[in-house]
Design a protein around this ligand. Structure first.
Ligand SMILES: O=C(O)[C@H](O)[C@@H](O)[C@H](O)[C@H](O)COP(=O)(O)O
Length: 249
């Protein structure tokens, strides 16, 4: 049975540093339990702040980074190295400083890669990489210890936007076209894939997130409402983003 917990901290800087601390401990615990850790990264401003905060944490030295698998929840379908790619931003914020195993950094395909402009083929390629990581006979997805998501002003998560056909996708990945948040073409994990994660962390800061988060945590139906973890769903918010959250029991 999944539990939902809402954690509110004073401001965006404290949010980034506390999420970074939580992530470091989660990775350490996962490595102790499983021998490795599997983390799904997200894009956006708050995500980059979290990754930059990890760099400042002495405790991150307790992580064997060579035994961390990194995945992405979504990616802007742009050429490799494009500054707007989530992978580029994550590498600049943290990843390029870490002794990661390159084979365990699973970036989503780029538009100058083998699939060219075919984002559907690119999504299929990533689905294949996920299945390969799951191992033979283990189903289409590897274990995800924590899947992090930013939350859009419209209540989107990853590249799953309100009233968008991509919400109906039942495979493990999909291509999003006509995204209301530029760029228009993206590759994304689907809701079923997000829901396979042991823990899902929804991370948001700022007053422009108060309305969608208040809607979702009051029972409203936006994509973020379906971003739940198998064992735990954490809403990690600053006070401004939590302004409309109903009083917790
Ligand atoms: O590719 C993307 O744009 C992100 O994955 C997207 O889902 C993001 O996480 C939210 O839009 C929140 O972004 P901010 O934290 O910058 O508001």
């Amino acid at each position: 049975m999944s539990e939902t917990v809402v954690v509110v901290v004073p401001d965006a800087d404290i949010l980034a540093s506390t999420v970074a601390a939580r992530l470091v401990i989660k990775i350490i615990d996962a490595q102790a339990a499983h021998g490795s850790a599997s983390v799904v990264l997200t894009g956006g401003r708050v995500a980059a702040k979290v990754l930059r905060s990890v760099r400042e944490l002495p405790a991150s030295a307790a992580i064997d980074w060579s035994r961390v698998d990194l995945w992405w929840g979504d990616e802007r379908y742009l050429p490799s190295g494009d500054p707007d790619r989530n992978e580029t931003q994550a590498r600049e914020a943290l990843l390029d400083e870490l002794p990661l195993d390159p084979a365990r950094v699973h970036a989503m395909p780029a538009s100058d890669g083998p699939d060219g402009g075919d984002a559907i083929a690119a999504a299929g390629r990533y689905a294949g990489e996920l299945a390969a990581a799951a191992g033979p006979g283990a189903g289409p997805l590897p274990r995800f210890d924590v899947l992090m998501l930013g939350v859009g002003e419209d209540g989107h998560v990853a590249s799953l936007f309100p009233d968008h056909p991509v919400l109906q996708e039942t495979g493990t990945t999909a291509a999003t076209f006509d995204s209301p948040k530029p760029p228009p073409v993206r590759v994304t994990l689907t809701l079923p894939t997000i829901q396979s994660a042991d823990e899902v962390w929804l991370i948001a800061a700022g007053p422009d997130k108060a309305a969608p988060i208040g809607t979702v945590l009051s029972g409203g139906h936006l994509p973020a409402a379906n971003a739940t973890g198998v064992h735990r769903t954490l809403w990690l918010l600053d006070k401004a983003a939590a302004a409309n959250v109903p009083a917790q029991p």
